[in-house]
Design a protein around this ligand. Structure first.
Ligand SMILES: O=c1ccn([C@@H]2O[C@H](COP(=O)(O)OP(=O)(O)O[C@H]3O[C@H](CO)[C@@H](O)[C@H](O)[C@H]3O)[C@@H](O)[C@H]2O)c(=O)[nH]1
Ligand SMILES: [Mn+2]
Length: 730
């Protein structure tokens, strides 16, 4: 391998054309900076208002009122500073483009080995048919098959998944050559055959489609019956014999089976395919996905030892067969590419509806913010759709020599995936993917960047990978809780971007990390601000300047400018107006439930009270729920503390707004004054009510199974009503 590395770096000395280009924005950027400066100027005015205004003589201003005023000042300082931090993501964006033709000219098929790691963990919420579609899509990537290997890590230790993979191995012999011969896209057979428009109209295609359908039926039937057919147990006996009779998901020996060995069998041009289920024992922590990634790193090093590693979640199929070549344009570039440790593609989904009810796409993050991060040193590693250099993820520092990894085939390969292998080693610490954090990906990427490496972000026109977004509110909130909690833990950990990364990565990138690491704590100010605004409206206490006073200008300008900009940005990124509105709702819900719970759990964890776990996101929904998802009807359905909180806050807003409107109508003489004094509060609380409309519908009007459970509605109602009563009487 040492020689091979040499070959890649120096043999093409004469050929100096870069393999990728980096584009920066110029014109628009200056306009943006002016705009940002104007907003910041107004933010300063708001702070000034809070400081200066209470000094005015006003007999109504009691001690309690001053306290509220102080809280408002603190919250506005937080929002202002957070806004500043977020600008780092827009200050210096870059876009990368690649020259795959130059890559082909220079290297032909002489490319480094590529190992693809696909992780799955549960055959029920991650259906084996979906998993093998992902596997098949990467096996058919535009890449020399003898250089490509696909590893499936099954944390579910499921015979069903193994069975599906064994079936896929057979089907691959037809599918891979078919894709290459006819250059089909996308290369997930499920996605390809379900898209009516691009399926070839030929006998060959019809034959492959039939084969696929037969395989899919077999896999789905087995999954439904939760039983592998008898003849398959026999046919793939070597694999199935590795399951002990008492094996369970959490307690079993290592299962390792090379289903296709591309190293030996050169007659069929199909990539190597390996199934791995690492050993699990109840007394050993398995470290979730990070644990399986590290087991994969070790086991694959003894089988194919790809110099490049692509990591995919089991639902992210390859939608663009050129993605590996595109990533290599960056990693093999002789000049700038040398300092780049990993190439991240965005997470896109193929199950989104038009207006993206749950804001799953995170359009602006993918199309704006990550380019901003790239300009400051590189995007975060987000766990899927990411090409790594093996030796870097294993711990190599920037500037160190790449080590040669000899493939010595040993009988002991299996032991590399045992529970005790990592005891007393650096795995999970300085080597491989890090343990102990719910976002193992982000912290690992940060550590790599702190070792001197950069990363790059690639967004080809045709999305490289497509996954499955959560299709109900609860799942979405749970996923967001895990992310916010994990990112906040990073902020408090020894790898904190604020302390540890100081001097190791650029200041802009530190701020970039902070945007996400501060998600969890940002819940508290949003909660307080919205509560204070509506409760004070209810009590008739004005919190903002009068509508006609000049102090109102900065408030009005900041509110309008920030929201108009966010809307424009959303539309530029291809979103719809409705989609933006939905995203604003999710912005609020995430903060007042997911992030808040993530924040509290992190604090509790610091005191050793709770343990954070990795709750896997389901990738299937039952039929009726799926229909509601298609129609963009918000799905509640389950009892959850997060819903109770959202419901209570929603009701509280409604009561406060209703009470204030009633007061307006009853004494219409003072109405004008009331509106003037509290115009801004009316608007904010009113908007909160409007944005909560799907919530009220779910609580009060709907009858289907996806409505808010009755118990939650009643509890929320009682809680909100008692809160209002207490406040009214106080
Ligand atoms: O014990 C576990 C738990 C999960 N997984 C796999 O990890 C992947 C991601 O899990 P998912 O439930 O889909 O979580 P998401 O929130 O969608 O995942 C995002 O966020 C995670 C960190 O929170 C990253 O690990 C993922 O790569 C990233 O896509 C899936 O393929 C799982 O099968 C395992 O292999 N073992
Ligand atoms: Mn996922």
């Amino acid at each position: 391998m040492a020689k091979e590395a040499d070959r890649f770096s120096s043999a093409h000395e004469g050929d100096r054309e870069p393999l990728f280009a980096t584009r920066r924005r110029t014109g628009g950027l200056i306009a943006f900076r002016f705009f940002a400066a104007s907003v910041f100027g107004c933010i300063c005015c708001i702070w000034l208002y809070r400081v200066v205004e209470p000094l005015e003589k006003d007999e109504n201003r009691t001690g309690f009122f001053r306290l509220i005023w102080l809280v408002m000042l603190i919250l506005e300082i937080w929002f202002g500073l957070y806004w500043l931090v977020v600008q780092s993501l827009r200050w210096n964006p870059v876009w990368r483009s690649t020259f795959t033709d130059r890559l082909s000219r220079r290297y032909g098929d002489d490319l480094p080995r590529l190992d693809v790691f696909v992780c799955t963990a549960d055959p029920v919420i991650e259906p084996p048919l979906m998993v093998v579609n992902t596997v098949l899509s990467v096996m058919a990537l535009d890449y020399p098959p003898e250089k490509l290997a696909v590893y499936l890590s099954d944390d579910g230790g499921s015979q069903l998944t193994f069975y599906a993979l064994a079936e896929a191995a057979e089907f691959a012999k037809t599918w891979v050559p078919f894709c290459k011969k006819f250059d089909v896209e996308p290369r997930s057979p499920g996605a390809y055959f379900s898209s009516k428009s691009n399926v070839l109209d030929s006998a060959a295609a019809a034959e492959v489609a039939e084969l696929y359908r037969e395989m899919a039926t077999r896999i789905e039937t087995a999954t439904k019956l939760r039983r592998v057919p008898e003849e398959a147990l026999f046919k793939y006996g070597e694999g199935f014999s590795q399951w002990d009779s008492d094996a369970t998901q959490r307690n079993h020996a290592t299962i390792l089976q090379i289903l296709i060995d591309g190293r030996k069998d050169n007659t069929i041009a199909i990539p190597t395919l390996v199934y791995l289920s690492r050993e699990k024992r109840p007394e050993h922590h398995h470290h979730y996905k990070a644990g399986s990634m590290n087991a994969l790193l070790r086991v694959s090093s003894k089988i194919t030892c790809g110099r490049i590693i692509l990591n995919l979640d089991c639902d992210m199929y390859a939608n663009n067969s050129k993605s590996a070549l595109e990533a290599l344009c960056i990693l093999l570039d002789e000049k700038e590419g040398k300092e780049i440790a990993f190439v991240q593609f965005p997470q896109f989904y193929d199950n989104l509806t038009r207006n993206d009810l749950y804001g799953s796409m995170m359009r602006v993050i993918a199309d704006v913010e990550f380019n901003g991060l790239d300009g400051n040193g590189g995007p975060l590693y987000i766990g899927t759709g990411c090409f790594h250099r093996r030796d870097v993820i294993c711990g190599r520092k920037y500037g160190e020599e790449e080590q040669s990894d000899e493939i010595v085939e040993a009988e002991k390969t299996k032991s590399l995936a045992s529970c005790i292998y990592e005891k007393g080693s650096e795995w999970g610490k300085e080597m491989g993917v890090k343990y102990g954090c719910p976002v193992e990906d982000v912290i690992t990427g940060l550590a790599i960047q702190c070792r001197g490496w950069k990363s790059a972000y690639l967004t080809p026109k045709k999305e490289a990978f497509l996954g499955v977004a959560p299709t109900n509110l609860h799942q979405m909130l749970v996923q967001q809780k895990r992310w916010s909690e994990g990112d906040f833990q990073i902020l408090l950990s020894e790898y904190s971007p604020v302390w540890y990364a100081q001097g190791k990565i650029s200041f802009g990138l530190i701020l970039g990390y902070c945007c996400y690491c501060l998600w969890a704590p940002s819940s508290v100010p949003v909660l307080l601000y919205s509560l204070l605004t509506s409760l004070c409206l209810f009590k008739g206490i004005p919190l903002f300047p009068k509508v006609w006073s000049s102090w109102f200008i900065p408030f009005g300008y900041v509110t309008l400018a920030v929201n108009a900009y966010s809307l424009a940005e959303f539309l530029w990124c291809g979103g719809t107006l409705r989609g933006w509105w939905n995203e604003q709702r999710m912005w609020l819900y995430r903060r007042t439930s997911s992030f808040l719970f993530g924040f509290m759990d992190t604090i509790l964890k610091k005191f050793g009270v709770s343990e954070s776990a990795f709750v896997i996101t389901a990738k299937v929904a039952e039929e009726e729920a799926a229909e509601r998802y298609e129609k963009e009807v918000m799905e509640f359905g389950v009892e959850s503390p997060m819903f109770l909180l959202l419901g209570t806050l929603g009701m509280l807003n409604l009561f406060c707004f209703a009470a204030a409107v009633m007061r307006l109508m009853m004494n219409s003489r003072e109405a004008g004054g009331d509106v003037q004094k509290m115009g801004m509060q009316f608007v904010i609380t009113g908007l909160l009510v409007v944005i909560n409309w799907p919530l009220y519908e779910g609580m009060l009007l709907r009858k289907d199974k996806g409505k808010m459970p009755r118990t939650v509605t009643v509890k929320a109602f009682v809680l909100a009503l008692s809160a209002c009563t207490c406040i009214a009487l106080s």
